[in-house]
Design a protein around this ligand. Structure first.
Ligand SMILES: [Mg+2]
Length: 256
């Protein structure tokens, strides 16, 4: 249907694809996702602002839903944020607002999880975020702790269209109590770090040789475009190249 888009996908050295609203919704594959994954194989890398699970967990959930993706081809903002903190502040005292899975990742990366006097505050999607935690973060930032946020998303769409609060909603609260001049390092889309990590994972140096597929103009498309990476918008927006992945695939389903 969209031959130009398919030609771009076929020619790209790596195809980056958003997860939620693009390849899957919840853990259920969307139309064309399994076919695209099958056609691209190792050339497909998922780039998601997810800051709750790690790649092996998410791969297992998707496999149970019927979409087979290798954990090594899934790059997630939360997991990457932990890795970047461990690289930039080796062995640091870290106040992590996030899941048990990411806490385990942080410990494994040599970071010391603490509630008192952290050197770094890392915000992920924290289902137990509280007034008390916000108070501790305010204190830590006042004392000069660095602030890292997994993604800037305010919400993601939940069942029945009810918005699910995301990391960016917690970041808005933290910004409200942070000292003037305290700027977070944001890891997820539309910032470049997640895209660059995905390119590195695929061994592709030149963003122009990749293509990004996503359903969010403000994160997937704007972020890729800023890096010089061609991008294909799918979904209901008027500017979208196709309503879903299935419409991007050639009619025969043959993948060359
Ligand atoms: Mg999306």
């Amino acid at each position: 249907m969209s031959l130009l888009a398919w030609d771009r996908i076929r020619a790209a050295e790596v195809v980056l694809a958003d997860l939620d609203g693009c390849l899957a919704t919840g853990n259920a594959p969307l139309p064309g996702a399994a076919e695209l994954a099958g056609a691209l194989g190792e050339r497909l890398v998922v780039v998601s602002n997810n800051s709750t699970e790690d790649a092996p967990q998410l791969a297992a959930q998707l496999r149970a839903g019927g979409l087979a993706l290798a954990p090594g081809r899934i790059v997630l903002a939360g997991e990457l944020a932990v890795q970047l903190v461990a690289e930039r502040w080796p062995g640091a005292r870290l106040l992590l607002a996030g899941s048990a899975t990411l806490a385990a990742r942080a410990r494994a990366a040599g970071l010391q999880l603490t509630q008192q006097d952290p050197e770094v505050v890392l915000l992920c999607r924290d289902l137990t975020f509280s007034y008390a935690r916000l108070q501790r973060i305010a204190g830590a930032l006042k004392e000069g702790a660095a602030l890292v946020a997994a993604n800037p998303d305010l919400t993601h769409p939940g069942a029945d269209g009810v918005p699910v609060p995301e990391t960016g909603a917690l970041l808005a609260a933290v910004r409200a109590v942070a000292p003037t001049g305290c700027e977070p390092l944001v890891v997820g889309k539309p910032e470049p770090l997640l895209f660059r990590a995905a390119l590195a994972r695929a061994g592709v140096r030149d963003a122009a040789r990749a293509v990004m597929i996503g359903d969010n103009p403000a994160t997937d498309i704007a972020g890729a475009t800023a890096l010089g990476m061609p991008a294909i918008l799918i979904g209901a927006a008027p500017a979208a190249a196709a309503p879903d992945l299935a419409a991007l695939l050639p009619a025969t389903g043959a993948a060359a």
